[in-house]
Design a protein. Structure first.
Length: 306
């Protein structure tokens, strides 16, 4: 589906129109088909061979400078099912006074451009950079959700409330972070390429801001990965320590319980034993067993065994 936006002057908001103008237009395409791309190629004289690459779900970010326009591929991120993210290629094209951004994903009309940059954009290059920044902003928003979850898990680790489901979810989070990192690094290369192409224009500062934005997100991803590794290592250390303490306690209890059984078993044999006819034999054996257990416990406590 293609939608067309125009504005009368640089300070006005974009307005949706039904009849596509030949120039001074922003064309936003979502869930585009080959027919939509063929129409754009025929109407605005763009290379159909480049346009149709956006239909490839595995298309990587890149820049192509053609005689008929500037083609920029990036990857937009969206939240999928069960916390798994989904990335989709987005093609942005600048040709004179025509700006196009199209994708096979379903998007809202204006979520591929930051509101501030849309209102302040003076030309199609500014729209391109605004849309580029908006794509990066989507990564930041999803990464903030990831950061909150990792932080909450770290806090719950203090009270031993971390469950196996948390670590299973960490697998998905690490996959997402790796996906973020791969796409952001690719788009950093795209931004650097745009800086070379547009080095003579007034938009170099905006490109530098985008590059700085991406670098900050890359550092944030590395920090999140380190946090996950630290939580996993801390949980493993805590689990091993708890297991050791429990085994130590069980061993001590087993020893203390086994000591009286030595004497009870000895006097339970069907053979003649000293004092077996003495009426004080039973309380004597019980008392002696308790004394032995207490002595072993005291000695063990002093030596740090128990």
């Amino acid at each position: 589906m293609l939608k067309y936006y125009v504005r009368r002057s640089g300070g006005e908001e974009f307005q949706l129109v039904t009849k596509p103008p030949a120039d001074n237009v922003w064309i936003h395409g979502e869930a585009v088909s080959y027919d939509d791309l063929h129409y754009l190629s025929h109407t605005y004289g763009m290379d159909i061979n480049v346009l149709r690459d956006v239909l490839d779900i595995n298309e990587l970010p890149r820049v192509e400078m053609q005689p008929d326009g500037l083609y920029v591929f990036v990857r937009m991120v969206q939240r999928g099912k069960h916390g798994k993210i989904v990335t989709t290629p987005v093609l942005m094209v600048v040709k004179d006074t025509v700006f196009i951004n199209v994708s096979t994903a379903l998007t809202t009309d204006l979520n591929l451009a930051t509101p501030g940059m849309v209102a302040q954009s003076k030309d199609t290059i500014s729209l391109l950079l605004g849309s580029f920044a908006a794509v990066i902003n989507e990564y930041e928003e999803l990464m903030q959700r990831t950061a909150r979850y990792v932080h909450d898990t770290g806090q719950r680790l203090r009270s031993h409330e971390v469950t196996n489901d948390d670590f299973i979810k960490f697998v998905t989070i690490e996959d997402n972070l790796n996906e973020y990192l791969m796409n952001l690094n690719s788009m950093m290369v795209v931004a650097e390429r745009l800086r070379e192409i547009l080095k003579e224009s007034d938009d170099t500062e905006a490109i530098e801001d985008i590059l700085l934005y991406i670098r900050q997100l890359v550092v944030s991803i590395q920090s999140h990965n380190q946090s996950i590794t630290s939580i996993r290592n801390a949980y493993g250390t805590i689990a091993n320590n708890v297991l050791n303490q429990r085994m130590k306690t069980l061993t001590a209890l087993t020893l203390l319980i086994a000591l009286p059984n030595v004497f009870y078993g000895m006097y339970g044999m069907n053979v003649g034993l000293p004092y077996h006819d003495n009426p004080l034999a039973y309380p004597s054996i019980v008392t002696f067993s308790i004394i032995v257990v207490l002595l072993v416990f005291i000695i063990g406590r002093k030596r740090g065994i128990f």
